[in-house]
Write a protein that binds this ligand. Structure first.
Ligand code: SF4
Length: 74
């Protein structure tokens, strides 16, 4: 099971990457959640630990956890 953190959730985004004026809050709230459409600044990432709406982040249909478990090919 994936560890539930903003780094692993497909809906989380670094606040610094959001459009103005959201990115202005990046210093105080480094992570935001886009699960509801409009960004929601995460005052704390603790809520992600038990979030029922967590979805693993993936790249090209492969979850990061599966990618990390795959052997490295030279
Ligand atoms: S609040 Fe839930 S949906 Fe939003 S980033 Fe955290 S785990 Fe993901």
């Amino acid at each position: 099971m994936d560890k539930r953190t903003p780094q692993n959730c497909r809906w989380a985004e670094p606040t610094l990457y959001l459009p103005f004026p959201y990115w202005l809050e990046a210093w105080n709230t480094p992570w935001s959640c886009r699960r509801d459409g409009l960004p929601r600044l995460l005052e704390t990432t603790m809520q992600c630990r038990a979030c029922p709406r967590f979805e693993p982040r993936c790249r090209d249909g492969v979850s990061w956890a599966a990618e990390a478990a795959a052997p490295l090919v030279p």
